[in-house]
Design a protein around this ligand. Structure first.
Ligand code: KIV
Length: 302
């Protein structure tokens, strides 16, 4: 016997066009803001306007971050720790990165977002050869990334050159490089001694010369990162625990929203404090980076 379900009617208080589960609206034909491009980011660096970056791993948070004015969204392999509960980023695969990059890209596009989107090449997908790096980068570019990020100096220079020559914008990453945490002996400040500072500076210049147009500096003494920022005119430095003198700042989304369940690193500020919503917390982050009130070297740097 056929059963008849009652007709589906919208609840009396539903807004017209409302969708369930926080679904993003379909994009209309024209974005209202100009998309962030690489030349625009380098122009900002040139005139000293701070660049804002946050990580995001899914469509909705990416769309909200974009709407809050965050210029760059990084699909970081930190997703291994904050989404998957791993102890480090080492276990993240290219397939994990592809999935999250696609989700973030869809979220930004459907919300008519304008952010510049960077995706991390995970451990084991670029160390073997330049060709392996290109194939891995292509997967993330197909998934919607505008730029890829990879960790390390020295041997990475030739990889960066190979990718850039083939049309893939590259963000390098020096200082504390979490994929090599076991070799580094923990999450420690890098570049503290004269010799390690000199090496880091040499690697940063080589990466710029190879075509890297952004460089994340993680847990690097504030003085060293400020000096590198002044020297590297074609490569915008983005600091995390590297002081206020970098061209821009990045934080892991969960950290800046105060949902880090472990011990929060000293370079983090919880922007939910004093904010009524996640959107407001992100806006407060953008405002604080732009006006130079975050980070404070005495509190958040070494
Ligand atoms: O994976 C990540 O989120 C990162 C940032 C901490 C820069 O690399």
């Amino acid at each position: 016997m056929a059963t008849h379900l009652p007709p589906q009617t919208a609840p009396a208080n539903a807004e017209p066009g409302a969708t369930p589960y926080g679904t993003l609206p379909p994009a209309s034909p024209m974005a209202s803001r100009k998309p962030i491009s690489l030349p625009r980011l380098l122009e900002m660096h040139g005139r000293g306007e701070k660049i804002t970056m946050l990580t995001a791993y899914d469509a909705t948070f990416a769309a909200v971050a974009d709407d809050a004015g965050v210029e760059c969204i990084l699909v970081g392999d930190s997703l291994g720790m904050v989404c998957q509960g791993l102890h480090s980023t080492v276990g993240v695969s290219l397939e994990h990165m592809r999935y999250h990059t696609e989700s973030v890209s869809r979220g930004i596009r459907r919300a008519q977002g304008t952010a510049w989107m960077i995706a991390d090449l995970p451990f084991g997908t670029y160390q073997e050869s330049r060709e392996q790096a290109f194939r891995s980068a292509a997967v993330l570019m197909h998934a919607g990334a505008h730029m890829i990020k990879l960790e390390g100096g020295g041997w990475t220079t030739e990889v960066v050159r190979f990718l850039v020559e083939r049309g893939i914008p590259v963000c390098a990453h020096l200082g504390l490089t979490p994929q090599t945490v076991h070799a580094l002996g923990g999450y420690r400040v890098q570049g503290k001694s004269d010799a390690s500072a000199e090496l880091l500076a040499r690697e940063a210049h080589a990466l710029q010369d190879a075509g890297a147009s952004m460089l994340v500096l993680e847990m690097v003494p504030a003085q060293l990162s400020a000096k590198l920022t002044r020297e590297l005119q074609h490569c915008a430095t983005i600091g995390i625990g590297a002081g206020k003198g970098t061209a821009g700042q990045v934080l892991v989304l969960h950290d800046m929203l105060g949902v880090n369940l472990g011990k929060c690193p000293k370079f983090v500020r919880n922007f939910m404090e004093g904010s009524d919503s996640i959107r407001q917390a992100m806006q407060a982050y953008v405002a604080a980076v732009k006006d130079g009130s975050f980070p404070v070297d005495a509190l958040h740097a070494w």
